[in-house]
Design a binder for this molecule. Structure first.
Ligand SMILES: NC(=O)c1ccc[n+]([C@@H]2O[C@H](COP(=O)([O-])OP(=O)(O)OC[C@H]3O[C@@H](n4cnc5c(N)ncnc54)[C@H](OP(=O)(O)O)[C@@H]3O)[C@@H](O)[C@H]2O)c1
Length: 283
């Protein structure tokens, strides 16, 4: 992995806990300027302070971003662009699972947050990322994407249907892999590469909805957030991956074949076009 990231700027979404927090800390430890794009200022300020204590001289800061609110995504991107900073790495890490409901704009909460919020955020920052090339976009997906059997377009603007929300989570993660693929196609000829990753089954707050004793037991068998961050960190920085784009990487950053559906170029283009319509962007 690249060990000297001095003069490089990275944005990590959902960096106030779990895999995102470790990703931000490790990038900062290698000298990168890291922007933690998160929805909770108090939680993120505490993490910024913690990283500054652990990594003397770390350049880390907070920007407000609520991916479940497209207006917040627009103002966050506008704030970042106004700073005139280059963006060498965007790590779309934030995500939720097991929750029921809709985003502020009426999308199923897993799809709206995990895919659509990141889609808009990425597209609004894309020209700056291209200008900053070589640059990378890492989308934190999940092996859960293998469980998605189809995208039912009709239910994406309705509240979560299933009790566990796992079906909706799988569709949101399939969307992360498809977005990575289509983005790579559209970025051909630029110096920007895209990567979809599965971090592993990681002991983080993502399991916060599981009842206490079960959660404790489950977490004993999971990998640590440090190990979970390895796939994002490898895809964001490993020089040997420069030039590879649109692919899927599993635990530790090992390349793997995604599901057949995730490899469907037509589906990836349809998701792009619909996401553009939903977010008011040109296709
Ligand atoms: N843990 C696993 O086993 C596992 C497996 C496969 C994939 N993943 C993926 O890995 C990524 C990181 O997950 P994690 O395990 O580190 O989970 P986590 O500890 O729950 O962290 C998730 C992060 O996403 C943020 N987030 C959620 N909704 C948001 C919103 N509307 N706007 C902005 N930020 C939001 C959370 O912020 P708050 O703290 O404010 O809620 C938190 O910072 C996710 O995309 C997840 O789907 C995790």
């Amino acid at each position: 992995m690249e060990t000297d990231l001095a003069n490089k700027t990275f944005i990590v979404t959902g960096a106030n806990t779990g895999i995102g927090k470790i990703t931000a800390r490790e990038l900062a430890a290698r000298g990168a300027h890291v922007i933690l794009a998160c929805r909770n200022q108090a939680k993120t300020d505490a993490v910024v302070d913690e990283i500054r204590r652990e990594v003397p001289g770390a350049q880390v800061e907070y920007v407000h971003l609520d991916l479940g609110d497209l207006a917040s995504v627009r103002s966050s991107a506008a704030e970042l662009l106004a700073r005139k900073l280059p963006i060498h790495g965007l790590i779309n890490n934030a995500g939720l699972g097991g929750q029921r409901g809709q985003t502020k704009d009426g999308f199923e909460i897993q799809f709206g947050t995990n895919h659509l919020g990141h889609y808009l955020f990425t597209r609004l920052l894309l020209d700056r990322i291209i200008e900053s090339g070589p640059a990378r976009i890492v989308n934190v997906a999940s092996a859960s994407h293998y469980q998605a059997r189809a995208i039912d377009w009709a239910v994406l603007q309705q509240p979560t249907k299933t009790v566990t929300a796992m079906r909706e989570y799988a569709v949101s993660k399939l969307s992360n892999v498809l977005f990575t693929k289509e983005l790579a196609r559209r970025l051909e000829g630029t110096q920007v590469s895209t990567y979809a990753v599965h971090p592993g089954v990681v002991a983080t707050d993502v399991w916060r909805r599981v009842p206490g004793p079960f959660r404790w037991l489950m977490k004993k068998f999971m990998i640590t957030p440090e190990r979970g961050a390895e796939s994002s960190l490898r895809c964001a920085t490993d020089p040997t991956l420069q030039g590879e784009s649109g692919r899927y990487y599993s635990v530790g950053g090992k390349e793997q074949r995604p599901s057949k559906l995730a490899d469907d170029g037509t589906l990836a283009q349809t998701l792009w076009t619909r996401s553009a319509e939903w977010t008011g962007l040109p296709a």
